[in-house]
Design a binder for this molecule. Structure first.
Ligand code: APR
Length: 236
């Protein structure tokens, strides 16, 4: 693990944290890429695109069912808890998460934008009614119109919620510290947020098992988020 020079939190006003699947690995939720990644076993085209949803909604549902099952039952890990603690010390801390597991909120973080939606909500595939909280693991149908249900998550070929995009842009414009934790940094628009943060003049720190696929002037801390984040913030 890289040497850690703690960040003195009182030096920053607006902290933005981009998180990816790597932050939830210690909670037992598989990432998408790399060892044990979902996309090493399943084909994105077959089970994670808007087209796949139209052709076979049950296949898409079944592909993500483990995330709903797991994230309903597992606790947040030390990395999630460290970010919740950070928000307690600096209420202008916002998490932009690509994760759909809800573990940041479970850890106590309040300021969370779920860029890719939430596995804990379902939605009618005819969009006859708004998304609703749902714990059901088995594929099932809309009570109102009988259409198949889907998770309230953003699939490939789909765009992010426009409100979330707007809020994200405002947060990045004001950021003076931008942390990137546990993401392969290859899925846009999230992968492009580091450019926004750089333009805003934010200090950038990356906590990941390996460097991001593009080189950036940043503090690169290679290692496990659950080991690094609890030591990363100096509250003195
Ligand atoms: N600590 C820190 N980083 C970790 C850890 C850990 N304990 N375990 C894994 N990682 C790193 C991996 O090295 C990898 O770079 O986390 C990253 C996980 O990458 P992905 O699995 O690609 O997850 P993510 O970047 O969140 O994927 C982005 O792709 O499939 C879509 O919508 C899905 O939100 C997802 C998006």
């Amino acid at each position: 693990m890289s040497k850690i020079t703690p960040l003195r939190v009182r030096d920053y006003r607006n902290i933005v944290v981009l998180t990816g699947a790597g932050i939830s690995v210690a909670s037992g939720i598989a990432p998408f890429r790399g060892p044990g990644g979902l996309w090493t076993e399943k084909d994105i085209e077959e089970c994670a695109t808007a087209t796949a949803l139209k052709l076979n909604p049950k296949k898409v549902w079944d592909a993500f069912a483990f995330v709903r099952q797991k994230s309903d039952s597992v606790p947040p890990n030390a990395a999630h808890l460290a970010l919740a603690e950070l928000e307690k010390h600096n209420p202008n801390t916002w998490i932009l998460t690509q994760n759909i597991d809800g573990l940041h909120q479970k850890a106590g973080s309040k300021n969370v934008l779920e860029l890719h939606g939430s596995i804990h909500r379902s939605q009618c595939t005819r969009y006859c009614s708004p998304p609703f909280p749902d714990k059901e693991i088995a594929f099932h149908y809309c009570k109102k119109c009988g259409a198949p249900l889907r998770y309230d998550i953003v699939l490939f070929e789909e765009s992010l919620d426009s409100q979330i995009i707007q809020e994200t842009a405002q947060l990045l414009e004001q950021a003076d510290l931008f942390l990137v934790v546990g993401t392969s940094g290859i899925v846009f628009p999230a992968a492009g947020f580091i450019y926004n943060a750089q333009r805003a003049g934010a200090k950038i720190a990356v906590v990941n098992l390996e460097p991001l696929p593009y080189h950036f002037p940043c503090i690169q801390i290679n290692g496990k988020a659950e080991e690094i984040l609890p030591q990363l913030f100096d509250y003195s």
